[in-house]
Design a protein around this ligand. Structure first.
Ligand SMILES: *[C@@H]1O[C@H](CO)[C@@H](O)[C@H](O)[C@H]1NC(C)=O
Ligand SMILES: *[C@@H]1O[C@H](CO)[C@@H](O)[C@H](O)[C@H]1NC(C)=O
Ligand SMILES: *[C@@H]1O[C@H](CO)[C@@H](O)[C@H](O)[C@H]1NC(C)=O
Ligand SMILES: *[C@@H]1O[C@H](CO)[C@@H](O)[C@H](O)[C@H]1NC(C)=O
Ligand SMILES: *[C@@H]1O[C@H](CO)[C@@H](O)[C@H](O)[C@H]1NC(C)=O
Ligand SMILES: *[C@@H]1O[C@H](CO)[C@@H](O)[C@H](O)[C@H]1NC(C)=O
Ligand SMILES: *[C@@H]1O[C@H](CO)[C@@H](O)[C@H](O)[C@H]1NC(C)=O
Ligand SMILES: *[C@@H]1O[C@H](CO)[C@@H](O)[C@H](O)[C@H]1NC(C)=O
Ligand SMILES: *[C@@H]1O[C@H](CO)[C@@H](O)[C@H](O)[C@H]1NC(C)=O
Ligand SMILES: *[C@@H]1O[C@H](CO)[C@@H](O)[C@H](O)[C@H]1NC(C)=O
Length: 397
């Protein structure tokens, strides 16, 4: 109450002095000074958006009564802002967008737990987040690009639509409690020492992981789209619980140091299967249960042996080529050509150019992804109806 009286006095003063004051009801409350931030902080909630103007000065603090912003919180192209904080703000309905704020070194939101989307980029001075514990637990999308962050501690979302973490050159550890992800996960061009740990991830769609030193997803069971590993630095890879890549491609391309790729339970790849230019890998034998590939199989490398003992249904082409001698492996596969392998068949040894072709489009996938998605959605709602009908019948008995 006390603070509200003070604010009205401040607002009156602002009106007298001819300065437009911000108010709690503004569709867009524009913060042009620390005093404007104090005014906004005195609102219990703001239904609209809050925009921090590029002339805001160096310190903006929203701590106070403000717990909720219904719209967005936006800071763009602000070369003067050093500290942005609120110890009271709990939720942002729309985007928490902070872009091209090159001197920002403090981002302190200790009560924030829910945001629509996090969209941060070009925050060249931001070394760490000061968030609460567990921090942000609810968001639909998270994009963090071109920051100086060492870790992403404080972002503890369990379910997401999209996540894109790129060009954070000092990021060395990303450990997340993420359980599932519906549309896209991209991790690319961060620091060369980045270790990615997703111990609770069960299913995800369209994952592309590049330039990481370690990737661990021990619980991962299913991929709905594609799964790609390009130009990573790890020397072994395993996905001990992955049984299927439902509709998209699985590919490992130009992972220079990898010697061992093991997916012991993988049975099905809906799209194409590509392993190319992983020049340190001699034995490709980590796919003991892989039986079905909906697209093309393309295995090119410096192999001395390639074994896919369970493979019996390849809908697309099969192209295996090595810089080394793999005649024994070729003999084993040649009997499948024309029957279990439906597309064009090729298997070559001692090919100096084996590692040059890394195109991993997979091609030839016979699965229509949107149709597959619709079908899944339908079987789920059928299941739900059946369960509720069963419940209904039981209730009447
Ligand atoms: C970034 O913000 C600065 C002001 O701080 C501006 O001069 C510059 O044009 C912006 N860069 C981009 C790419 O928008
Ligand atoms: C996705 O993860 C969330 C959070 O753990 C969980 O509540 C939800 O049931 C999961 N969805 C599916 C379809 O597995
Ligand atoms: C992805 O696959 C999992 C496991 O089959 C399923 O539970 C989930 O609903 C699928 N998600 C989407 C978005 O299709
Ligand atoms: C994966 O990406 C493909 C191609 O961009 C897209 O068609 C598909 O819908 C995505 N899958 C999911 C589950 O979002
Ligand atoms: C990072 O990965 C990309 C592919 O996504 C690749 O073009 C690039 O060369 C890699 N960078 C390093 C330093 O490995
Ligand atoms: C692997 O999957 C099985 C069956 O779904 C589950 O019981 C087990 O805990 C999973 N392992 C890991 C490491 O998550
Ligand atoms: C990859 O292997 C090369 C030698 O084959 C080594 O010099 C390099 O340090 C390794 N890189 C990583 C990230 O382990
Ligand atoms: C490859 O990795 C798997 C799983 O991490 C392991 O069980 C296996 O012994 C490794 N193979 C070799 C030849 O190192
Ligand atoms: C393939 O790569 C090898 C080794 O890097 C190189 O000598 C050769 O010229 C390349 N061939 C083609 C066709 O690009
Ligand atoms: C093969 O991988 C190496 C890194 O080990 C990379 O320098 C080279 O460009 C890759 N070749 C192709 C054709 O992508």
């Amino acid at each position: 109450m006390y603070s509200k009286t003070f604010v009205s006095a401040a607002a009156a003063l602002a009106m007298v002095s001819g300065v437009a004051a911000v108010s709690c009801d503004d569709p867009t409350a524009t913060i042009a000074s620390a005093a404007d931030a104090t005014t906004v902080a005195s609102c219990d909630s703001i239904e609209g958006s809050v925009v921090v103007d590029s002339s805001s000065g160096s310190q903006i603090d929203f701590s106070g009564s403000l717990t909720k912003i219904g719209g967005d919180l936006i800071v763009l192209n602000n070369g003067g802002l050093i500290s942005l904080s609120s110890t009271s703000l709990e939720s942002i309905g729309g985007a928490f967008q902070v872009k091209n704020v090159t001197l920002l070194s403090t981002l302190k939101f200790t009560a924030l737990s829910s945001v629509g989307t996090i969209d941060w980029s070009s925050l060249n001075a931001l070394e760490q987040l000061t968030f609460g514990t567990p921090g942000v637990v609810s968001a639909k999308e998270v994009t963090i690009a071109d920051t100086f962050l060492n870790t992403l501690d404080g972002i503890n979302v369990h379910s997401l639509d999209k996540m894109d973490i790129n060009n954070n050159h000092r990021l060395t550890d990303f450990t997340t409690e993420l359980n599932n992800l519906t549309t896209l996960l991209n991790i690319n061009a961060n620091g060369p020492k980045l270790s990615v740990n997703m111990p609770n991830l069960i299913w995800a769609a369209n994952m592309t992981i590049s330039n990481v030193t370690k990737f661990s997803a021990q619980s991962l069971e299913s991929i709905n789209g594609s799964l790609r590993f390009d130009s990573n630095f790890f020397d072994t890879f395993s996905a001990p619980n992955l049984t299927e890549v439902q509709t998209g491609d699985l590919s490992f391309v130009s992972n220079a140091n990898v010697t061992n790729i093991t997916l012991p339970l993988l049975e099905k790849i809906g799209g194409g299967f590509t392993i190319a230019n992983n020049t340190a890998m001699e034995d490709l034998n980590g796919f003991p249960k892989l039986s079905m590939v909906g697209g093309a199989v393309k295995l090119r490398g410096s192999f001395s042996s390639v074994e896919l003992p369970a493979l019996d249904d390849v809908r697309g082409a099969f192209d295996l080529s090595s810089t080394g001698d793999i005649k024994t492996s070729c003999e084993a596969f040649s009997s499948k050509a024309g029957s279990e392998i439906q597309g064009e068949y090729s298997c070559t040894s001692n090919n100096a150019n084996a590692n040059n072709d890394t195109d991993s489009t997979g091609g030839d996938s016979t699965t229509d992804e949107s149709a597959a998605g619709a079908l899944q959605g339908m079987s789920m709602s059928w299941l739900v109806s059946l369960v509720s009908i069963a419940g209904f019948v039981v209730a009447f008995l």
